[in-house]
Design a protein around this ligand. Sequence first.
Ligand SMILES: Nc1ncnc2c1ncn2[C@@H]1O[C@H](COP(=O)(O)OP(=O)(O)OP(=O)(O)O)[C@@H](O)[C@H]1O
Ligand SMILES: [Mg+2]
Length: 258
Amino acid sequence: MSFLTLENVTHHYFTKNNYTKALEDISFSIKEGEFVSLLGPSGCGKSTILSIVSGIMKHTSGKVLLENKPITESELAIGYMLQQDYLFPWKTILDNVLLGPIIQDNVDSDRINKAKELLQEVGLKDVEDKYPSALSGGMRQRVALVRTLITDPKILLLDEPFSALDYQTKLKLEDLVFKLLHAYQKTAILVTHDIGEAIAMSDRIILMSANPGSIAKIFEVPIELRNEMPFLARRHPKYQSLFDKVWEELNKNEPQTV
Ligand SMILES: Nc1ncnc2c1ncn2[C@@H]1O[C@H](COP(=O)(O)OP(=O)(O)OP(=O)(O)O)[C@@H](O)[C@H]1O
Ligand SMILES: [Mg+2]
């Protein structure tokens, strides 16, 4: 059964004197537990799709269904992780992690224990009472990941969560996110500019083109790569041939500038 479905979704942004056709006729579906990447040039509408799926923004036309229900009814089922961690500097790490449950007035000792457990699981020990300024960028992104997981969302939306990190930290976090999302059998959509990251982390890659944002091609990642942790998938013999195919398709859709 399809878990998330987008059917002929179109989105226009209206400004005072103008409008932008951000998405045109987007249709795809995602199965429960699947990890899908949205890959494509700047401005092709990747973040717009995530905003629509999260229920933050209403699309202009078409259908968006999560478990066969319109997305607006299932808003709380969504976890969002962004390029910036948006941790509150004046709150401790534990309070930052528990932000969702605090807003929902749903904090009890089970939640607090779960938060501590998850922090341990992402390799953050003895940080609960610290403030975000005491942590590195990679550690802060791990806190943001725990904050996203603590509400047990049905689907995770990851908008370039690794792009502000140095390369080594990014590779380590890719492995961590992959391991956790598979362990908790979470459905996820990852937005990325990085072909390698999309191949190493996903089951499928939805390649988009711009003006207006539309789907250019959908790639299935071979099972041998899907079964490997991202770091090892990047070294698998099948990695390079898929990289070349995606690269070729991306270049077909982008103006030649070099
Ligand atoms: N709030 C807004 N008002 C008007 N136009 C917008 C708004 N947000 C996005 N757009 C336009 O819609 C299109 C898609 O934007 P979007 O941010 O979804 O692209 P993206 O693929 O996420 O790009 P990037 O890779 O740079 O993050 C772009 O042309 C952008 O300029
Ligand atoms: Mg974006």
